[in-house]
Design a protein around this ligand. Structure first.
Ligand SMILES: Nc1nc2c(ncn2[C@@H]2O[C@H](COP(=O)(O)OP(=O)(O)OP(=O)(O)O)[C@@H](O)[C@H]2O)c(=O)[nH]1
Ligand SMILES: [Mg+2]
Length: 327
């Protein structure tokens, strides 16, 4: 299934049920006073936050939603049943904007299980019993139920992750996500293996593997800036640079420049610099690289997914840093 991070949904709350005209009958079936019940209320529509980032993709084939209508009233003063409320699941990190009939209302869903009322169901109409008075003991009026609110909404997903792996294509970001979270993401020895962000759970934190950034990404090169907006919402960055590169400073600065071009606020996020694939070079080259990396960012570590100790050390460091940002 293709990953969708933006979709337009047409959503309607339920219609109110109609009130009816009915009469009490005595044993000889003679008409008595009014007994027409009111209609039930139409169902309301709520948005509900879920952790599943694929959920928007499932709405592509059917982007129309409607809550249930209220039931019509009945005889013997019976009220129509209320229409069931409709809950539409959206991924945590969704920003919802009403675009038609008018452009307003920005709602953000930030927590799993959080629900926000979006549209109000129509009120039920009144049955003729409602209109009974001392002056009018046989009213024949009733009213129809009101329409539920209807509108088009844009739902835009901005991932929220505790830490995001960023860097050039082929830096080993997806491999790292797999090692830390068992998320089973595709890995390949070529650029742009990952075309959409992946999430994984790591000791209660959410890690995101963000598709590769290249020079010019902020102005549309490669996968462009589509994923930079996801980086906006990660609380910490793990900047991955492969030890195979000749010039790590150039790689580091290229990615930092793209972040800054997109939004300077990205440069203020906490960043760990991670030299990946450390097994591909000798120990002397590695200590040179680490010394060079230190000058770029003092929070530097190296890792090889082939060496358990280096994975453990990184896990330990990551947990410590994650705890630090929420303290
Ligand atoms: N030797 C070695 N190879 C690694 C290591 N980590 C990743 N690789 C290899 O590097 C290649 C790229 O890894 P990916 O995890 O797909 O890289 P990525 O950063 O997700 O790449 P994109 O999705 O294209 O942005 C794969 O062939 C991996 O097997 C490592 O620690 N050591
Ligand atoms: Mg990848």
């Amino acid at each position: 299934m293709t990953f969708t991070d933006e979709i337009i949904l047409n959503i309607c709350a339920g219609h109110g049920g109609n009130g009816v005209v009915r009469w009490h009958r005595n044993r000889r079936n003679q008409k008595g006073g009014p007994a027409g019940g009111d209609g039930g209320k139409g169902g309301d529509v709520y948005l509900r936050g879920v952790r599943d980032i694929e959920v928007l993709s499932r709405y592509i084939s059917n982007p129309k939603f409607k809550a249930s209508d209220g039931g019509h009233g009945g005889g013997n003063s019976l009220e129509g049943s209320d229409g069931a409320d409709l809950f539409i699941d959206v991924p945590v990190g969704s920003v919802i904007t009403q675009i038609r009939p008018e452009d307003h209302q920005m709602i953000e869903i930030r927590k799993e299980g959080e629900s926000v009322k979006l549209l109000q169901g129509g009120r039920g109409g009144f049955g003729n019993e409602h209109f009974k008075s001392s002056r009018n003991v046989t009213p024949i009026e009733q009213t129809d139920g009101k329409k539920g609110e209807c509108a088009d909404f844009r739902v835009e997903l901005r991932l929220i992750a505790d830490a995001g792996f960023i860097g050039f294509p082929n830096a080993g970001k997806s491999t790292l996500l797999n090692v830390l979270t068992n998320s089973g993401v595709k890995v390949g020895n070529y650029s742009f293996t990952t075309l959409e962000p992946n999430l994984g759970a790591f000791k209660g934190y959410i890690l995101a593997d963000i598709p590769g950034l290249i020079k010019g990404a902020s102005s549309g090169k490669g996968l462009g800036d589509k994923f930079l907006r996801h980086i906006m919402r990660t609380n910490m960055l793990v900047h991955c640079i492969s030890a195979e590169l000749d010039d790590i400073e150039a790689a580091y600065n290229t990615v930092r420049k793209e972040l800054g071009n997109y939004d300077p606020a990205l440069l203020n996020k906490k960043e760990i610099l991670l030299i990946t694939k450390s097994d591909t070079i000798g120990s002397r080259r590695l200590s040179d690289l680490l010394a060079e990396a230190q000058t770029l960012n003092p929070n530097v570590l190296s890792i090889s997914v082939l060496e358990d100790d280096s994975i453990k050390a990184f896990e330990y460091y990551l947990i410590h840093e994650l705890k630090g940002i929420y303290r």
